[in-house]
Design a protein around this ligand. Sequence first.
Ligand SMILES: [Zn+2]
Length: 354
Amino acid sequence: MADKLTTSLMKTVLASSGMQAQLIAALMEMLASIWGGFEDWYEPDGVQRAAKLAAEAEAAALTQVRRTASSTARELLRQTGENITVDPLEALEHPRGVDPLELWERPAEAYRYAISQGKNDTEALAAAMNRAGHIAKADVAITARDAQIREFRRSEKVKGYRRVIHPELSKSGVCGLCIVAADRLYSLKELMPLHDGCNCTVAPVTARSDPGLKLNQQDIEELYSAAGGSTRREDLARLRVTSYEHGELGPTLVRVGQSYLSPEEAAARKRPPKRHLRAVNSDTDLRKKKNRNAAETQRLLDTSQKKLDAYQKAIDEAKAAGKSPDDISIRGYVYGLQRERKNVLSYTKELKAA
Ligand SMILES: [Zn+2]
């Protein structure tokens, strides 16, 4: 059974991951409104404007994440009997060490790539939204981890730290990689490797307390009994994990034998040059045109109506498939729906006035 100290540390860890989940949800909503409401995928200026909005939304969220993580780490240390004097926060640096404005053009790149591969607008929007979601989640996870470890490093009592798994945050269950890595003790010199969709947080290990270990043991026992037997345990016993240094994301957790890029390969693989943005059948010019004729406006109206119907269908299908309404691609469709409703109204009005 957990002792009193571990229980209070557990509460702090859970409260903090809850706050972080809220910050992520708020950021996802912002990103959905920016990219879901977006339609100038082939217009460099428009893409840059949207990227700037997304970068600003992310920067604001990461500042909050960093604050929450720092104060959580300090609170965990305070409870273990170690007080840290508060330092002013360091200037915001992007966790990937890349230009955030270029980073945040990637959702548009994902949209255009999907179209170039023969996907329709609805599928391409989902690709853009998913790219945005992946970027944001990874950046939040790295930022939170780094902020906490920075605090741990300032305490002489902290010997190292441990990964804390969060089954309550992942619908599909904690990934096996994290369960296998859950008994690993990290030194303060190393950065705990994360992976795509990782919800893990960290807990300090001191001479007299190791809350992460107890927290994980409890969760893992529950996960095993919920899985109804030994299959998962055996699967996990066979799973070996390792990590590699990702060019942008730093240490990344993978299973042994899984193919990945070495740092050299990652460095050698340059980002593809920006493709010419102009699409053959783009309605962009038509939308910007001052004196459209009725046939042109009708074409825009038809396209908007088609997109509107497709988004609604995609929302309905995703819900029927049991996807959460908070899923970023659904949120993107909701904003796309709003955008196309406005478009349909204005094109209809334009046709009537003609
Ligand atoms: Zn994880």
